[in-house]
Design a protein around this ligand. Sequence first.
Ligand code: NAP
Length: 475
Amino acid sequence: MTPAGTESNPLRVAIIGSGPSGFYAAEHLQKQKGLSVEIDMFDRLPTPFGLVRGGVAPDHQKIKSVTKVYDRIASKSSFNFFGNVSFGKDLSYADLHQHYHAVIYAVGAQTDRNLGIPGEELPGSHAATEFVAWYNGHPDFRKRKFDLTQESVAIIGVGNVAMDVARILARSRAELEATDIADYALEALANSSVKNIYVLGRRGPAQAAFTTPEIKELGEMEEADIIIDPADLELDPLSQEYLASGHADQKDVRNVEIMREYAQRPPSGKPKRIYLRFLVSPVELSGEARVESIRVVKNELYRMESGDLRPRPTQEYEDIPAGLVFRSVGYRGVKLPDVPFYEKWGIIPNKAGRVLTDHEDGQIVRGNYVVGWIKRGPSGVIGTNKPDAVETVECLLEDVRSGAVLEPTAPQPESIPAMLSKRGVRFVSYEDWRTLDRLEIERGLAIGRPRLKFSSVSEMLAALEGTRTTDPTAD
Ligand code: NAP
């Protein structure tokens, strides 16, 4: 058999997941001169783009235009998309090994991290990731209910997801209508009673995870004032030392400057208020039948041996009223059937993208690779996934050259659609997605919005069949 990657034996690669990291992996494979490659990308949803569709905030339409790059990658003849195909259900680990030289897992981090405090499971306490998926029209979350009759909401964490959630809760109807937010979420949010939004950081303003454009945006809301107690910006000596040190992250320096300006602003009387609080950790959520308040402990910072400033609790407590709580403390990866998983970090164990049997001292699992959040954990912005994917694909290419990839027994491209059809899987091609995309934009245009999303799989499939679903709530 000639080596993989030649005309007579094209390199067959399966990519599981169609978010940014999967597309950047495909792009780097396509860029290789003289390499004959066939890429099949699978997603459990009929729609591609992962968190660009289901995670990026709807009021960040510009960021979503990155999908134009993915469209170009998908338009190459070396690329096939199989949407509505679930790994582990419609397609197994063993199937992939039978059909491909290499498999790249690009499944992201599909769940949230826990706080591990009493009351976390009370009704009214939600993972921010679920709220985000709900307002973005993710089919698995469209039926979630969030009690927006509450006046006070707490968001735990000060990362960019917390910023997104605070903004979306505070947006006016007109602001939301200019976005592609799910129609049911638009109605619910436009009619919400939310007035007070507490965003709670466990460390100080100089350690906030959010980036500068996000904190700037929070100060420019049509219907919400941002409120920061000037006392919260009197920095402790360790933070002062850090900011003055010359090696401080410029983002931290700018963030503090901007927040100092906010702290001086008198509230202008807008109907909603976003209270940004620092050095507080939640210790308990309490309430009779549902969450009514959140108990926080005041923290102080200390320096670890690594130089990192971490929070530790004092004896001072405070109760903050909140009928709705969003825990925004990070995403977490989910184990895939038959694929190694490192529980502690919620990732697939790997070395530079080559999957390992175990996190430490694991053996390389031949032909298996990983990119994106399921490789490195839930950090970075969309662009971070590009060098990340390149690193992995370079390992894959090295393995192709040394013959260390899989030897599929059924490498014929047509065997995949044949196998899926035989199993009764109604897979969705990239052409189908283009149709859905066009329909969504047309539906939006008709009501003066950039896009009106389909949010149920049955609705999407029915639209593709050219018929209307009789029961859009069927899934
Ligand atoms: P993140 O940036 O890691 O922020 C998590 C936040 O939760 C931090 O403030 C963290 O505080 C806090 N936290 C963690 N454990 C906690 C606990 N037990 N109690 C209280 N607070 C706790 O995560 P994310 O906001 O989910 O965002 C994920 C990634 O997506 C990030 O890289 C983010 O930049 C990116 N993202 C980007 C955009 C954008 O570019 N606009 C939008 C959304 C998301 P510590 O810092 O003290 O750990």
